[in-house]
Design a protein around this ligand. Structure first.
Ligand SMILES: Cc1cc2nc3c(=O)[nH]c(=O)nc-3n(C[C@H](O)[C@H](O)[C@H](O)COP(=O)(O)OP(=O)(O)OC[C@H]3O[C@@H](n4cnc5c(N)ncnc54)[C@H](O)[C@@H]3O)c2cc1C
Length: 479
């Protein structure tokens, strides 16, 4: 049902939308409406169905502008949607209305070798950008585990992280400029191809991570870097979680290198990956694995780095150091790391995938508290994540159906989120707040910050048509 402050999509609306973007770019059949109404947060997590009233597939910025101007004038909610791989319910149409899907805006517009930039539409799949840059000997550093499916527009809206954050930062670090359509249909550019900018507020990076609540992104200029000549992955089993986590920061402080990745998988995750991929990984009975990626141009320097880090691992209790220096072994290793969320979805009837981030020094405390809480509530855990940047995917798992699973998750998250905040952490490192975590925002933001978020939202979107129900609850939203 459409909340009172919004207008429903009527037959007239559908005709009007078709006139704006073409009949073939508007879908209202129930099958499509449902297919475009959920992301990778399972439907069982929600208290009710959230179904779009119409799905619109814009092909140009002009289409987006026309749809937003129309929706704003008629008070119809609009939810932008990328590939729907989100893990926070960001693309779920909380208030019904229009879902704006970017799958037809998927052109790579320019690769500018002089300025080292690539300009893309929001519906380009992340891996396409990596591939295109690579063909020119360049690196696009955004590397979420979902990169073969996610759209870059979704990456920008979530400020996606991934496997290379420890060295290159999140998606936002690669964003130089955005073409954005404001909720009233105004088209504007934030940022430019310049590498620095001290002129006014940094709106481009306010839009980054705003989860489609402030503006709709229609073009993105991304920074490119030189592609490292050689990459080596190390798979390092440790006897237990604590020794692997304690070791991770020493790679930089004592090993004197900034790896491009330091990833962590606990024993349960290792065995889940094996089962999901029907494969065998070395030392699969280890308590935890680290995956360390090193890169460089000079093979001798890289070999030295590798040896030094390998020795440090072994001197710090590692059971072995496996070197993946060719594509086959490296692919196998990364497939195991990247399949974990899907493995959980395949094997557990109920689960909650969390995305906590804490100062790296506090990860051991976070892991210990997670284990304590899972014991207290009688459920299983499998933890993996980007240990190099403090972002741990704590996963709460129910091996069997339980009618009270929702109450258990709620009670456990109450405690876990409070604990995370108490050690300087926060709710999400990369998956975002969306619909899933909005009720917990006040645990980590004080009243002044919540009020600022509300005011920024209303400054961009006074009628609150853009992705309502996400990130914060605005007064007078009407649901
Ligand atoms: C198996 C798996 C692994 C994952 N691994 C990672 C990981 O390593 N790192 C990581 O950060 N995330 C990861 N994710 C989460 C997810 O892939 C990212 O959040 C991704 O950025 C979402 O992109 P999407 O195109 O699917 O966006 P969607 O899920 O469709 O949308 C996400 C948000 O972006 C908004 N949005 C989409 N397009 C636009 C636009 N053009 N303008 C304005 N707002 C827009 C939507 O409204 C929504 O709020 C993973 C997910 C899965 C399923």
């Amino acid at each position: 049902m459409t909340p009172a402050k919004y207008s429903p999509v009527t037959e007239r609306t559908v005709l009007d939308l078709a006139a704006l973007v073409g009949k073939s770019n508007v879908a209202v059949d129930m099958e499509k409406r449902i297919a475009y109404s959920y992301d990778e947060v399972p439907r069982f997590s929600w208290d009710r169905e959230y179904i779009a009233e119409a799905v619109v597939f814009p092909e140009t910025t002009e289409h987006v502008s026309a749809v937003l101007e129309y929706a704003n004038r008629n008070r119809i909610p609009v939810t932008p949607r990328g590939a729907g791989t989100g893990l926070s319910g960001g693309a779920v149409p909380f208030a019904g209305g229009i879902v704006l899907s970017f799958e037809k805006m998927r052109r790579i517009l320019e690769l500018d070798k002089k300025n080292l930039t690539i300009t893309v539409e929001p519906g380009v799949v992340t891996a396409e950008i990596t591939k295109t840059a690579r063909q020119e000997g360049l690196l696009y550093a955004g590397d979420p585990c979902s990169g073969d499916a996610s759209f870059v527009g979704g990456n920008v809206a979530e400020n996606a992280g991934g496997n290379k954050v420890v060295k290159y930062g999140t998606t936002g670090n690669s964003v130089l400029a955005l073409e954005a359509v404001l909720p009233d249909g105004t088209v504007t550019w934030f940022g430019g191809k310049r590498r620095k900018d001290a002129t006014g507020y940094d709106f481009a990076h306010l839009i980054v991570g705003s989860e489609g609540t402030l503006a709709v992104v229609t073009k993105i200029i991304l920074k490119l870097l030189p592609l490292p000549g050689k990459v080596v992955d190390l798979l390092v089993p440790f006897p237990d979680v604590a020794s692997a986590i304690d070791f991770a920061p020493r790679i930089q402080s004592e090993g004197k290198v900034i790896p491009s990745s330091i990833e962590f998988m606990d024993g349960k995750s290792i065995r889940l990956a094996e089962r999901f991929l029907n494969t065998v990984l070395p030392y699969d009975d280890a308590g935890a694995h680290l995956v360390i990626q090193l890169e460089g141009n000079d093979p001798n320097v890289l070999a030295d780095d590798m040896e030094r880090i390998g020795d440090l691992c072994l001197a710090s209790g590692a059971l072995e150091v496996f070197v993946a220096d060719n594509k086959t072994t490296s692919d196998k290793l990364w497939k195991a790391r990247k399949c974990l969320a899907e493995a959980i979805m395949a094997f557990y009837p109920k689960y909650s995938l969390e995305d906590l981030v804490v100062p790296t020094s506090e990860i051991p405390k976070l892991m210990a508290e997670t284990t304590r809480l899972c014991g207290k509530y009688g459920i299983e855990e499998a933890n993996f994540g980007h240990v190099g940047d403090g972002n741990m995917h704590v996963n709460l798992l129910f091996p069997e159906e339980r009618p009270d699973w929702h109450d258990i998750i709620d009670a456990l998250l109450d405690e876990l989120y409070d604990f995370t905040a108490s050690i300087g952490g926060t709710l999400s490192g990369e998956h975002g707040i969306g619909l899933k975590r909005q009720k917990y925002m006040c645990r980590v933001m004080d009243g002044a910050q919540m009020e600022l978020i509300r005011r920024v939202k209303l400054a961009f979107d006074p009628n609150e048509i853009l992705n309502p129900g996400k990130m914060i609850s605005c007064p007078g939203r009407g649901e």
